[in-house]
Design a protein around this ligand. Structure first.
Ligand code: SF4
Length: 367
């Protein structure tokens, strides 16, 4: 079989060593020799070929990865044995992050809504759902801790009665996650919590202050340390053009406290939603680019070099920095996964002269 390089490879070089990270399978390979960005299957040493196939760094020539991902997505959509729920116990929050898109209303979920959720889960598990995955989100979900606990207990009870399994996770700002709560949440069946930190203290505190003012970094990091014996903690770092050059300091800070290998860290771009966060548009401005190149390397490294020391660093922020440097995989034919007959193949036309490639369109703010 013939193979081609995966579209989802990111190649990084450090001296004579090459690191390849495949973002589709999150696989990682370190090889002690140079490798070109657009390497060919033939150039891969024989001994390494099985690793290249296994890690998804090469794929069969006739496979379109985007189609494969779409197919996996469709299969997941029609899997009626699983139920994923995101529950918002409150819209209220005790913080005031600069990019927050929510209008915080001091409103909690009512008893009738929470009862309806239980009835909904009950009906689903009776119809054959075997796995229920619940994420609590907000506002700050821990601001309605009582209801969060009651709901989790009842969902667990309903699942147990019907022989189904359930998992709980929490997306929290971390300020209210005391040691006692982490312990209780573990007993309730919570396995992991995602907490956002936007950089080292000086940066985080400016971006994610308390609603009444004042920094949250110290409180959050203390709570993260105390939650670790009970819950698996993932740190999400939101990135936009205002903190892109400082986020490495967060990893250094976690390392200084000795917890960088106990947490997982994910970098993600801040997106513009509606018109509320216009001033925080994600893209890095052209004049900022030279100073940002260090960060570009940093973002490449978490996925590769840093992975050597911490398996739990992921980065989805590359498109933030290099939006038009990433080549786009050709779209699969639009009929690929539709429930309709494929159009009849057209007679092949006489090939035309290839057109000159278009200038890439610059994102807003680059001119
Ligand atoms: S913690 Fe979350 S909900 Fe609260 S202000 Fe920040 S982004 Fe918004």
């Amino acid at each position: 079989m013939h193979y081609k390089p995966s579209f989802y490879n990111i190649i990084f070089r450090e001296g004579k060593t090459t690191f390849i990270f495949n973002t589709r399978l999150s696989s990682y390979l370190k090889i002690n020799r140079p490798l070109e960005e657009n390497f060919s299957w033939e150039s891969v040493p024989k001994a390494l070929k099985p690793h290249f196939i296994e890690g998804g760094f090469v794929i069969p020539v006739n496979l379109t990865e985007l189609s494969l991902l779409q197919l996996q997505n469709r299969i997941a959509c029609f899997d009626f044995t699983k139920l994923s729920l995101t529950i918002v116990p409150t819209m209220h929050c005790n913080m005031k992050c600069v990019y927050c898109f929510e209008k915080h209303r001091p409103e909690n979920m009512t008893k009738s809504v929470s009862d309806s959720i239980i009835s909904f889960v009950d009906a689903k598990v009776k119809k054959g759902v075997k796995a229920v995955d619940v994420t609590f989100f907000g506002g700050e979900p821990l601001m309605n801790y009582k209801l969060l606990c009651e709901l989790s207990e009842k969902i667990q009870e309903v699942c147990r009665k019907n022989g189904s399994q359930c998992w709980f996770s929490l997306i929290s700002n971390g300020t209210l996650l005391t040691k006692e709560k982490s312990e209780e949440l573990k007993k309730l069946g919570f396995s992991d919590v995602q907490i956002t930190m936007d950089g080292p203290q000086s940066i985080h505190d400016k971006r994610r202050p308390y609603l009444k003012g004042g920094g949250t970094f110290d409180k959050i990091i203390k709570n993260v340390e105390e939650a670790l014996p009970f819950l698996s903690v993932s740190i999400r770092c939101n990135i936009d053009r205002f903190n892109v050059q400082n986020v490495k300091g967060l990893v250094d800070e976690l390392a200084k406290r000795g917890i960088n290998k106990q947490v997982s860290i994910g970098f993600a771009p801040v997106h513009e939603i509606g018109k509320r966060n216009n001033e925080l548009i994600t893209w890095i401005n052209k004049p900022q680019l030279p100073a940002t190149l260090d960060s570009v390397n940093f973002f490449r490294k978490p996925s590769m070099l840093y992975k050597e020391n911490n398996d739990n660093i992921a980065c989805s922020a590359l498109p933030l920095i290099e939006p038009h440097w990433i080549p786009h995989e050709p779209k699969p034919p639009s009929c690929a996964f539709k429930m309709e007959p494929a159009p009849k193949p057209k007679e092949p036309k006489t090939p035309k002269e290839p057109k000159a490639p278009k200038e890439p369109r610059l994102p807003r703010g680059w001119d």
